[in-house]
Structures are given as structure tokens and as C-alpha cells.
Design a protein around this ligand. Structure first.
Ligand code: UDP
Ligand code: MN
Length: 321
């Protein structure tokens, strides 16, 4: 039987003990206005994209993540190595997330964000206090999960996983369908037979997560929060969510469900929309959402310290929500 590594059974106690010896890492991070520590984790293949334009948009999506995380006091890990030759592609996030959890006891939440996801509301702060009883927070639709067992009931491209024993156990339960070869092929058949709407293909991480979450009657579900997370109204532009995930685009790969130029157009708009929220702090803005060119938006003589005060006020406003 495949395993992610030597079994860990007392992680909560180990982590508590570590934390008690490291007062320099208080549970509530002063750099985050007293919020829990979050580590954003993303990754991309070890080699160049099949199409050079894919590398350019990978860079833009990475810059966008750096911007969001700087504004919110979040550290970023970008992994390009295949840590486990058995677990390639989208399965590679499982061993990575596990390693990071064990290597960063100071972090409360590991936040996996796919490379093809772009933050489009830079001011939005994760409402972590609302997730107090949850260990896995993931975008999804509870009715599709429980009533329909649909294969798109959850999207495994973005999730928050609490650094605790429950999460290590979940990863152990999640991974057996992942190793390449016959187990992935056989598991793919099982998943297609048991989930609604799933086309026939080898086992993927998303279906493999839905399968135990929807089955196993409550073994996992009481600690999983699946919501369709409508962003609070009035932030940014109502037409843009907190994160825009370009599912089915595969700009770095060879095959895509949508034509490449359509994906690129969408990513360009999303990137520029978010980038405007950053550039505005420095008095600039893109000329339009379809161009990389920028223009000045205010008098360069304006005192930048005044802009800083305004930004801090905005931050304080969001902190109180
Ligand atoms: N990924 C990675 N290494 C790889 C392939 C993928 O880290 O070799 C990450 C990357 O962040 C990607 C995610 O895994 O967004 C999901 O992989 P998938 O093949 O589904 O790509 P997507 O459709 O998200 O582009
Ligand atoms: Mn994706």
C-alpha cells in the first residue's frame, strides 16, 4: 500500500509542544493584525510551458499572488519540484502540502492555490474566524456533494487546510488513488462509476477528495466547510470574485477545454483588474483592462504618505470585518 511517508499519529501534541518552546511564533501573528498564520502554497511544472505565452501568464499569476500575500502578511511557497515521482501533475500538491505542514508548525493554515488562479479582490481578507470548527475549507456546493455526488461538487484547485492531525489523516485517506500506473487507472473507473457526470479518465485529486467526503457518512464532513463563498457585496467590482480560477484553461500545457486565446484574454483582464488595485497605491493604473500599458492617475506631487494613510485606513476597515 502506497504511503506519503512515515505515519504521524500525534501531530497535534507535537505541534503544541513545539509552539510552547517558540514564543517568537505566537499563534496570533502581529504582522497579520493578530490573525492566524497562513502559508500560501502553489506550484508549476519543473520545465518550461509547452507554449512560451504560458510562461508569461504563469509569471503574471505568480506576481499577482506575491502582491496579494504582501498586502496580507502571508508567506508564499512556489514549488517546481516533483517531490514524489509517483504523484505527478495535480497529485503533486498532496506530498507537498504534507511536507510543508510538518516543516511549518508555526503555520495554522496551509492555503493551496492553483497556478491558474488569480486574486481579483486584493483587499479581501480571509474570514478565518468563521472557520473555527473546520479543518478543510474548500469552494463547493453542498447540495451537489450530498444529493448528487457530482464530480464538480468541490474544486480541489483552492483550499485551506488546517495544520493538524485530522488533515494528515485526510491526506492519507485521499492519496491511495494517486500513484501512477494501474492504481490510478482502476481508481479512475471506480470514480467515473460512482460520481455523477464524471467523464472516463484516470483518477484525479478532485474526484478522489469528493469520493470519501461524500461517502464515508460524516467521517470527514463535519470538519469540511464547502461553500460557494459569495464575496461580500461592495468590495472591488461586483462582477469579480475574490479569486478567479481559470479552470479548464491549461495555458501552460498542451491541451485545453477552451481555446488558448480566449483563456489568455480572460487572464489578461483578471490580472490587470487586480493589478490596478496595486498600482493605484502608487498613483498608476492600466490604460484599460486589455493592456499592460499604464498611466498616472493622480498628480505626482500628491504626498505619497497621504496615500499610505488612506491605504492603512482601508486595511483597518477590512480588519474589523
Ligand atoms: N502543478 C504543479 N506541478 C505540476 C503540475 C501542476 O505544481 O507539475 C500545480 C499547478 O499549480 C496547477 C495545479 O497543480 O495549477 C493543478 O494542476 P492541473 O494539471 O489541474 O493544472 P491546471 O488545470 O490548474 O492548470
Ligand atoms: Mn487550476
Amino acid at each position: 500500500e502506497y504511503s506519503l511517508g512515515p505515519k504521524v499519529t500525534d501531530w497535534d501534541a507535537q505541534r503544541r509542544e513545539w509552539t510552547s518552546r517558540h514564543p517568537e511564533f505566537p499563534a496570533l501573528d502581529p504582522r497579520r493584525g493578530g490573525r492566524p498564520r497562513v502559508l500560501l502554497v502553489t506550484g508549476s511544472p519543473p520545465g518550461p510551458c509547452d507554449n512560451p505565452v504560458g510562461d508569461h501568464y504563469l509569471l503574471k499569476a505568480t506576481k499577482n499572488k506575491i502582491d496579494y500575500c504582501r498586502l496580507h502578511g502571508i508567506d508564499v511557497v512556489h514549488n517546481m519540484a516533483h517531490l514524489d515521482p509517483e504523484l505527478t501533475g495535480y497529485w503533486s500538491k498532496l506530498p507537498l502540502v504534507r511536507r510543508l505542514m510538518l516543516a511549518h508548525p508555526e503555520v495554522e493554515w496551509i492555503w493551496w492555490v492553483d497556478s491558474d488562479a488569480i486574486f481579483t479582490d486584493m483587499a479581501f481578507e480571509l474570514p478565518l474566524s468563521r472557520y473555527d470548527g473546520a479543518n478543510l475549507v474548500i469552494h463547493g456546493y453542498p447540495d451537489l456533494l450530498f444529493e448528487k455526488r457530482s464530480w464538480i461538487a468541490l474544486n480541489a484547485g483552492i483550499f485551506l487546510l488546517r495544520n493538524c492531525q485530522w488533515s494528515l489523516d485526510l491526506l492519507d485517506a485521499w492519496v491511495p488513488m494517486g500513484p501512477r500506473g494501474p492504481s490510478r487507472v482502476e481508481a479512475g473507473k471506480l470514480l467515473t462509476a460512482s460520481l455523477t457526470g464524471r467523464p472516463p479518465f484516470d483518477a484525479d485529486d478532485q474526484s478522489a477528495l469528493i469520493h470519501p467526503a461524500a461517502g464515508a457518512e460524516g467521517r470527514w464532513m463535519d470538519k469540511v466547510r464547502a461553500d460557494d463563498g459569495e464575496p461580500p457585496p461592495g468590495l472591488g467590482d461586483d462582477r469579480w470574485p475574490f479569486i478567479t480560477h481559470f479552470v479548464g484553461c491549461k495555458t501552460c500545457g498542451r491541451y485545453e477545454d477552451y481555446p488558448l486565446d480566449r483563456c489568455i484574454r480572460g487572464m489578461e483582464r483578471a490580472f490587470n483588474f487586480a493589478d490596478n488595485q496595486v498600482l493605484r497605491l502608487y498613483g498608476f493604473q492600466h490604460r484599460s483592462l486589455t493592456t499592460a500599458k499604464v498611466r498616472r492617475v493622480n498628480d505626482p506631487a500628491t504626498n505619497p504618505l497621504q496615500a499610505k494613510e488612506a491605504a492603512l485606513k482601508m486595511d483597518a476597515k477590512f480588519s474589523s470585518t
